[in-house]
Unconditional design. Structure first.
Length: 405
């Protein structure tokens, strides 16, 4: 839509397209958002059921969903802390007394796990927009001491699209100190030909080192100053985060370290070994804060008076195959996939989807690894996204999105 055109909105009158883009999130009805309350009711019912049964999908969950600038669903279910540990012999969690449990709230922070990659991506794209980073430049131009990546001419784009050929992870948690961890990353060569898709945490770790070398600032500072502070995402940051939903009773052999029941400290063993700030994991946030990030990207990089990216660079980020973001993946996006939906999942049970075609967003945060990790089951994520897709009354941008903030 060209800047300066006028767009009708449901509340009456008109609003410029620039004002539409900057509208802040607010709570409203399904109808106000241009959504059918029936499928949204199915979404709420499904999320409420997730912590139930003899073998619950999660201890607790929070869902936020909406269209345009309207949050039409905000629901919490289950427990932020339900178990004191895991009984390996009985293969079940050791439940806390009811009075000692912590109920899930809509503002409960979660360990985002790999959703952290989205923030690392935005920080990198900000440098692309400023012209300080070249998307097709070799990583070795910025990190010549990372000799293996430099020798194989791995590029920035390949890091962002998981096509560097680097293996999924390194056991950095077994290294004795930071120097040895960095040495392992410097020496790590692609295991497949660069250009081949292999999802890898190492891509975002190398991108973190690149950004820190390029800017002279830590990733935590880049995320805070470039993303969360301007957007008012006050509940988002690297840990520790004492009030967060609990994750795992982390012990070998199922875990990669012996740390006991974790709450408010990063679950990912490599991120923990790196001090809690890592390009692939380490951030904590709430569903409400993540909804702000979704709204910002759907609005071309602007939220209220804040601008974190220009529209062209948002398009670059979200266009298939996606920079950092996964695009059109039905296995967790359900029926939202197919028209350019973008998002990501996290090992701890987190997920996020935004769909520019319908101007909708869905955040489902759950502590599925509490009290212990189990084989992944993405069916509830896909089902939730399908409920939202079926709630869209029409395929045009939401008239509720044009209402004033």
């Amino acid at each position: 839509m060209p800047t300066g055109t006028r767009t009708p909105y449901r509340g009456g009158g008109e609003l410029s397209s620039a004002r539409l883009r900057s509208a802040r999130l607010r709570t409203g009805s399904a109808e106000r958002a241009g959504l059918d309350p029936g499928p949204l009711g199915d979404l709420v019912h499904a999320v409420r059921a997730l912590p139930g049964g003899a073998r619950p999908w999660c201890a607790g969950a929070v869902v936020v969903a909406g269209r345009g600038s309207v949050v039409a669903v905000e629901e919490a279910a289950g427990w932020a802390v339900r178990y004191s540990g895991y009984d390996e012999t009985a293969d079940e969690g050791v439940e806390l007394p009811h009075e000692a449990r912590v109920p899930m709230r809509t503002d409960t922070p979660f360990d985002l796990a790999s959703l952290t990659k989205l923030f690392t991506t935005v920080a990198a794209v900000q440098q692309l927009e400023r012209g300080t980073l070249g998307i097709d430049a070799p990583v070795g131009a910025y990190l010549p001491d990372f000799t293996a990546a430099a020798a194989h001419r791995v590029t920035v784009r390949q890091l962002l699209t998981h096509t560097s050929g680097l293996r999924p992870e390194l056991p950095l948690y077994d290294c004795p100190d930071d120097a040895s961890r960095r040495a392992a990353l410097r020496a790590e060569a692609p295991v497949t030909e660069p250009g081949t898709y292999v999802y890898s945490d190492l891509n975002m770790l190398l991108l973190q080192y690149l950004l820190e070398r390029l800017t002279g600032r830590g990733l935590d500072v880049l995320v805070r100053d470039g993303i969360t502070r301007p957007l008012g995402m006050t509940a988002t940051g690297f840990g520790p985060c004492p009030g967060a939903a609990a994750t795992e009773d982390q012990r070998r052999p199922w875990g990669k370290a012996d740390r006991g029941m974790l709450r408010g400290v990063v679950h990912d063993e490599n991120a923990w070994a790196l001090g809690g700030v890592a390009g692939h994991a380490g951030l904590f946030s709430t569903a409400g804060d993540l909804a702000v990030l979704c709204r910002t990207l759907l609005a071309g990089g602007t939220y209220g008076t804040a601008r974190i990216l220009g529209p062209d660079f948002v398009d670059l980020t979200l266009a298939a195959p996606g920079l950092g973001f996964a695009v059109d993946q039905p296995w967790f996006m359900g029926e939202l996939a197919g028209r350019g939906a973008a998002g990501h999942t996290g090992f701890t049970g987190t997920s996020l989807v935004l769909d520019p075609a319908t101007d909708t967003f869905l955040i489902l945060l759950a502590n599925t690894v509490h009290p212990v990790r189990r084989p992944g089951d993405n069916a509830p994520r896909a089902a939730a996204a399908t409920c939202l897709a079926r709630a869209v009354v029409d395929r045009r941008p939401s008239p509720g999105g044009a209402a004033p903030s």
